[in-house]
Write a protein that binds this ligand. Sequence first.
Ligand code: NAI
Length: 209
Amino acid sequence: MEKKKNISMAVIKRLPKYHRYLKELMKNDVDRISSKELSEKIGFTASQIRQDLNCFGDFGQQGYGYNVNELYNQISNILGLTKPYKTIIIGAGNIGQAIANYTDFEKIGFNLEAMFDINPKLIGIRIRDIEIMDIDYLGDYLRENQVDIGVICTPNNNGQKVCDILVRNGVKGIWNFAPVDLVVPEDVKVENVHLSDSLLTLTCLLNDD
Ligand code: NAI
């Protein structure tokens, strides 16, 4: 099955959920699943699922359903999970350390290679086996080491400055936790994480009567 270009952002946002559920099905030795069964598990309608999966080719077979393993591999491929990503964290405070300590990211190929901070009290400390380095060394580090993803966990007023150093030194992926709209060239991809957006969705639902 060919990887298709121009998949809509709405579909891309749903793919990690498919990936998660398919992995679970594989763990439970489920070989095949119909769009109706998948729909009951995942919470998308069966027609939504058929429409989404049609974006990448002719998957399900009438009367057979989806081959779980094949679909999982294909979605992993589309999600770019067929290779490892060298990752560094900038800002080794609460969020930076929480991400560094979450070892499951490595299981899907996000290899944490280095951490940086500006605070002398943190520099030299090890989080798991990674020593926090001085932010002043970031530029040199990036010139010596190819890095795929920079995770920005600094306060918002420093986010752009840190981002500029990453971009100048060839980092193409930014996972941004700082509440700032980063300005980057077109070939650099930024994914912003706002936990508070999710929390405010919850408060909205709680008050939706
Ligand atoms: P924190 O204060 O525990 O950690 C921030 C770290 O960044 C500190 O260790 C600080 O020394 C370091 N730092 C500051 N300037 C730096 C620079 N130029 N270079 C390298 N390191 C630098 O803060 P916390 O709780 O980890 O939050 C980090 C950021 O994430 C903040 O901007 C906060 O507003 C934001 N945040 C985002 C959330 C989200 O959902 N995206 C949720 C909560 C916080």
